[in-house]
Design a protein around this ligand. Structure first.
Ligand code: SF4
Ligand code: SF4
Length: 218
């Protein structure tokens, strides 16, 4: 499992198109979501969110009246004070409120920890929404592909589900091996008797194959 945040970002960013294609594939194949939820739940139990907190840095958190009241009760102030000090109007729906975010993270984030953990809103409780929910993975928003670069749970759950469903975004390794064998045979015929050029050509082909394997994560 990949948990290093820089590595998750690198791999998740490189796989945005692949993950969008996987979502379309699941939608077309009508895969049930239950298996993915079980698998995502297993991944979730193995990831230490206190070492990450990326969702608290990047998510827009909507809060309703009762959630504002909960927070107020938790920190010992009035709902009006919470609304005034810790929320702003939602730019997409000005009648609703969202938690203040400085650009570096949620107003209630302290280091990697939530200062109102017991009273955090439903959006935060359910994030990353992969182990719960009624929508099938194929029907989920495309933002899931973007989140795979930020959330180790989403990244690893998607990778395991690809494996489980036998999804191959690229030709499987055996097909690469067959192609490599054909290329090697042709190189051998082309440079027969000229061992220097043959060696160089084989080394070049090997470097290209290794580069392709690295890029494909094989
Ligand atoms: S982004 Fe994902 S792994 Fe990171 S803290 Fe949030 S839920 Fe946990
Ligand atoms: S309320 Fe807590 S859990 Fe929710 S985004 Fe803010 S810091 Fe994170």
């Amino acid at each position: 499992m990949v948990t290093d945040l820089a590595e998750v970002f690198r791999l998740g960013t490189a796989k945005v198109k692949e993950n969008l294609a996987f979502r379309r594939y699941l939608s077309a194949q009508h895969y049930a979501d239950k298996q993915f939820q079980i698998l995502a739940s297993e991944v979730q139990q193995q990831v230490d969110c206190s070492a990450c907190a990326n969702c608290c840095r990047h998510t827009v958190v909507s809060v309703n009246k009762s959630e504002i009241e909960n927070i107020a009760g938790h920190i010992g102030t009035t709902p009006e004070a919470v609304a005034r000090l810790y929320t702003v109007p939602d730019p997409d729906a000005p009648a609703l409120r969202i938690l203040l975010n400085s650009g570096e993270g949620c107003v209630f984030l302290d280091g990697n920890l939530c200062m109102i953990y017991e009273a955090r809103p439903k959006t935060c409780r359910n994030f990353p929404h992969v182990a719960v929910g009624t929508h099938s993975l194929g029907g989920r928003p495309s933002s899931l592909a973007r989140w795979a670069a930020l959330c180790p749970i989403i990244y690893n759950a998607l990778e395991r589900y690809k494996h489980l469903t036998g999804y191959y975004p690229h030709p499987p390794l055996s097909e690469f091996s067959r192609t490599a064998a054909v290329v090697n045979t042709r190189i051998g015929v082309m440079y027969k008797g000229d061992y220097d050029r043959l060696t160089k050509a084989v080394e070049g082909a090997r470097a290209l194959t290794e580069k392709a394997h690295r890029e494909l994560g094989l």
